[in-house]
Ligand binder design. Structure first.
Ligand code: ZN
Length: 235
């Protein structure tokens, strides 16, 4: 068997392997439906958690401001004890009034934040409660899909092994060349010649090249640079 024959066989095996892998990657509707539900529920949970985190940050900031304002209020109340006349007394009261108002607003804001956070936490808790059931359905559907792939899996493993065996018989230089073209040319490194044309790119193969191929030489297509393969005529 010539090196070109081996490369053609390797190409055939890899093409068959790619078909299997493509089939295995397609989600059946029975799994796709629960997968969508699962992804949707996970996204909603992440969204609720993000809103809760935002509220938590707001809460810490308001708490800090509230404690500053309460300190300020104490200070003004202390001032009130030391006023010397009616004018100072009125001024101190004005400050106290304004600060109390501010404190009240901040306290209301804390209350509002807590109410919102409670509601979000309840939503998140109920989602988490349902998660075990959804996770169970997701796992079952996934396992069913994977077990339905049993035959394809076995075929793919056999093809993979065969490809490795053929590759091992190729000289390193040719192996590298094959793999380079394979990567660059949509996983087709070797193209068959049919009616004196490359079946991959339809470029005409010159008569001289056909003679080279018949002698088992390694020739690249002038159109797509893939390695050309000419099937021997059965006699
Ligand atoms: Zn070509």
């Amino acid at each position: 068997m010539s090196d070109v024959d081996k490369m053609w066989e390797l190409q055939t095996v890899l093409t068959a392997l790619n078909e299997r892998e493509k089939l295995m990657s397609v989600k059946p509707e029975s799994f796709a439906a629960v997968d969508r539900e699962y992804q949707g529920a996970s996204a909603e949970k992440a969204n609720l958690q993000e809103q809760l985190d935002t509220l938590g940050r707001e809460r810490r900031s308001v708490d800090g401001e509230l404690s500053d304002q309460q300190e300020l209020l104490k200070k003004y109340q202390g001032t009130l004890m030391q006023v010397k006349n009616q004018q100072q007394y009125a001024a101190a009261w004005k400050e106290i009034d304004a600060t109390r108002k501010h404190v009240k607003e901040l306290e209301e804001s804390v209350l509002k934040n807590m109410t919102e956070a409670d509601a979000l936490q309840q939503q998140l808790d109920s989602r988490n409660d349902g998660h075990t059931e959804l996770q169970g359905r997701y796992d079952a559907a996934h396992a069913e899909w994977q077990s339905s792939l049993g035959d394809l899996r076995k075929e793919a493993a056999t093809l993979r092994k065969k490809a490795d065996q053929i590759e091992a018989t190729l000289p390193e230089r040719l192996r590298n060349e094959f793999n380079k073209i394979y990567r660059q040319r949509q996983q087709v490194a070797v193209a068959r010649v049919e009616r004196e044309s490359c079946t991959s790119c339809r470029t005409k193969v010159r008569a001289q090249v056909v003679q080279q191929l018949k002698r088992g030489e390694l020739v690249h297509c002038e159109g797509c640079h893939r390695i050309l393969f000419l099937e021997k005529v059965q006699s």
